[in-house]
Design a protein around this ligand. Structure first.
Ligand SMILES: NC(=O)c1ccc[n+]([C@@H]2O[C@H](COP(=O)([O-])OP(=O)(O)OC[C@H]3O[C@@H](n4cnc5c(N)ncnc54)[C@H](OP(=O)(O)O)[C@@H]3O)[C@@H](O)[C@H]2O)c1
Length: 236
């Protein structure tokens, strides 16, 4: 068994489902002490049943985050996998109010989490963000998501130069089968995945565990910092 993360303290913000949960599970398999956060208590309860530690945290609430890290630090590795699905659609008809809500859902909560955690991350530790390939893939209908995720991706190398005692990276996934897509009815989601699969060199959409592998690589490799790594089956 790989024990690279044995006894390491890891927080996965947005770890109660999807990519975050898959990463938390893989860290736990390597005997790390993993806490996942989220807002929905049922999802957190299900995560706790698998042995993960849990905390009800809304990452848009800075005060709660500050208290959490004060009580929970020091931390070795932080993963931020907070969702935000608002802001999709061709720009001509895109509601700027909805795009603003997209930034409220993901951009500001990610920044809140990074800032609240920074004083509590051990020297040699890491932060890994989960962004999205829409930042660079130039797909029609994704300019809003490109702005939101691109705004995060562009900060990563700058942070890496400012914060030389820790490492900071991002993984930028393509289409992944998670509850992020639950805004679509089941049949429509199935059809959408089929359409994407036809355009993706790997021939299918991704699995959360495949993105989680990249997260663990970025947390483990002491020579990786300031990088955004795409994991999209060749989509971009
Ligand atoms: N799935 C894809 O195709 C895809 C593609 C590219 C990028 N991504 C990115 O991957 C990341 C993870 O998404 P996912 O696909 O794994 O979706 P997911 O299954 O919906 O997971 C999102 C997680 O974030 C938590 N969360 C959301 N807002 C939060 C907040 N304000 N405070 C605390 N926790 C919060 C959710 O729990 P609660 O709802 O209980 O709070 C959940 O644990 C997102 O940033 C998404 O943009 C996904």
């Amino acid at each position: 068994m790989n024990t690279l993360f044995q006894n390491k303290k890891i927080i996965v913000a947005g770890g109660s489902s999807g990519i975050g949960l898959a990463a938390a599970t893989q860290f736990e398999e390597q005997q790390a002490q993993v806490t996942v956060t989220g807002r929905n208590t049922d999802k957190l309860k299900a995560a706790a049943e698998t042995g993960l530690l849990t905390a009800v945290i809304d990452s848009s609430d800075r005060e709660t985050l500050d208290t959490f890290f004060k009580n929970h630090g020091p931390v070795d590795h932080l993963v931020i996998s907070l969702s935000g699905s608002k802001g999709i659609g061709n720009f001509e008809a895109l509601s700027l109010q909805v795009l603003r809500e997209g930034f409220e859902e993901k951009y500001w909560p990610v920044l809140n989490t990074v800032q609240a955690a920074l004083p509590f991350i051990n020297k040699g530790g890491s932060i890994t963000l989960v962004t999205a390939i829409s930042a660079t893939a130039q797909l029609p209908g994704t300019s809003g998501l490109a702005a939101l995720n691109g705004a995060l991706e562009i900060m990563v190398p700058v942070w890496a130069k400012e914060l030389t005692h820790i490492r900071i990276n991002a993984v930028s996934p393509g289409v992944v089968d998670t509850s992020w897509w639950n805004f679509l009815p089941e049949q429509e989601k199935h059809e959408t995945f089929k359409q994407y699969a036809a355009q993706i060199p790997a021939g299918r959409v991704g699995k959360p565990g495949e993105i989680a592998h990249v997260i663990l690589f970025l947390a483990a490799n002491e020579y990786m910092t300031g990088k955004v790594i795409g994991c999209d089956g060749g989509m971009s």
